[in-house]
Write a protein that binds this ligand. Structure first.
Ligand code: DSN
Length: 416
């Protein structure tokens, strides 16, 4: 991956691209929302479809010359239906946030009410944060996890829904390590006559491989990202029952977006095909097993996990008890120096700021794509704990860096 053709035109960008390949290769990418897609997905995504406008949907486009775009979008849709068992699928959202926007625009009017999980408890900006369009266009109330257990407080949610009378209840989270009981949230929504949107952005791959229960067939709408655990082209996806299909499609285009990013849709189609192969199930199982092993190792080293563990691809470490003087930002910086790239994250009951919070979030999708298994995860967990214990100790960080270098060399990425 030398980017020679780019280099002839633009050496500065080529240098940055090759440096990014090196950065991804030489460190552990443990941001829970990231992954390493296959070369096939990369090739499809960088294809000539970036040149094509294809407003509309297969067979109903506003421009000529869309026959190959139609083939690819239809493949993406059909494969998605098979992966998640959905009646209707829209693969055009440019991102998970755009997918959520599509559902809100389809079903809500400005001023309608959203009930969603607070960002600091594991929710997402597009679920109604005041800095996001969702918080600006709609009236939002937020629920929280149980402060004792770190699990969704389903009973509290039901009481809150009763009082707030939302038009839509949003489930599915960005920093929630536990399996979600979709049917309990659906029951809450049903009781107050609200729609239920399950945003499975982080766990699309786990749901497709059946290692996390599926909200498809339970929630009215299921949205997701397509580049996280499902490891396909970058973007978003909406799934719903046939009765909402026209509303959702019109909300995405022309409601929220113009021309679809057809090169990304091609990446989605290829990634979905890969995810339909039997190996993908083993991959998704390993992602969860790796997160579990990581969590156990961190706990053995004295670190506290929100909810006491994980059922998913991520762990959320609350540093306040074990390392009261260390912020998530301190840990993130020191770990990056050691070659472990993850993010500082708010924790339930956050007492610091969103910019420099009290926790770190670590995910296993990308390193599992590199072939990491339990043995490596125990080493990674020990390494994280050693760095968190000594964020100012350059020699300790250097020692960990050497161990991470060895792990990276043993699990090469994007060879040749
Ligand atoms: N930025 C993503 C995450 O890290 O969770 C969500 O969009």
């Amino acid at each position: 991956m030398e980017y020679d053709i780019v280099r002839e035109v633009d050496p500065e960008v080529a240098d940055a691209l090759t440096s990014e390949v090196d950065r991804q290769r030489s460190g552990l990418q443990m941001i829970a929302s990231e992954n390493h897609v296959s070369k096939a997905v990369l090739e499809a995504q960088s294809s000539v479809l970036t040149n094509k406008y294809a407003e509309g949907y297969p067979g109903k486009r506003y421009y000529a010359g869309c026959e190959h775009a139609d083939t690819i979008e239809t493949l993406a849709v059909e494969r998605a239906k098979e992966l998640w068992g959905a009646d209707h699928v829209n693969v055009q959202p440019h991102s998970g946030t755009q997918a959520n926007m599509g559902v809100y625009l389809a079903m809500l009017d400005p001023g309608d009410r959203i009930l969603s999980l607070d960002l600091t408890h594991g929710g997402h900006l597009s679920h109604g944060h005041p800095a996001n369009f969702a918080g600006q266009l709609f009236e939002v109330e937020q629920y929280e996890v149980d402060p004792e257990t770190g699990y969704i407080d389903y009973e509290g949610l039901a009481e809150q829904a009763d009082e707030f009378d939302p038009d839509i209840v949003v489930s599915g989270y960005s920093a929630y390590p536990r399996e979600v009981e979709w049917d309990r949230i659906q029951a809450v929504a049903d009781d107050v006559g609200a729609y239920h949107l399950a945003d499975i952005a982080h766990i699309t791959g786990l749901v497709a491989a059946d290692v996390h229960s599926s909200p498809v067939g339970i929630a009215d709408f299921v949205t997701g990202s397509t580049h996280k655990t499902i490891r396909s082209g970058r973007g978003g996806i909406i799934m719903c029952e046939e009765e909402f299909a026209d509303d959702v499609d019109s909300a995405v285009f022309p409601g929220a977006q113009g021309g679809p990013l057809m090169h990304n849709v091609a990446g989605k189609a290829v990634g979905f095909k890969e995810a339909l192969q039997p190996e993908f199930e083993a991959y998704a199982e390993q992602v969860v097993e790796n997160a579990r092993t990581l969590g156990e190792t961190l706990q053995e080293n004295g670190l506290s996990l929100v909810s006491g563990g994980t059922d998913t691809h991520l762990v959320l470490v609350d540093l306040r008890e074990s390392h009261p003087e260390t912020t998530g930002g301190d840990a993130e910086d020191a770990l990056e120096e050691a070659g472990i790239v993850l993010n500082a994250n708010t924790v339930p009951g956050e007492t610091r700021s969103a910019f420099n919070p009290s926790g770190i979030r670590a995910g296993t999708p990308a390193i599992t794509s590199r072939g990491f298994e339990e043995e490596e995860m125990r080493t990674v967990g020990d390494c994280i704990a050693r760095v968190v214990d000594a964020t100012d100790d350059e020699s300790a960080i250097e020692e960990v860096r050497r161990e991470i270098d060895a792990l990276c060399e043993a699990h090469p990425l994007y060879e040749d």
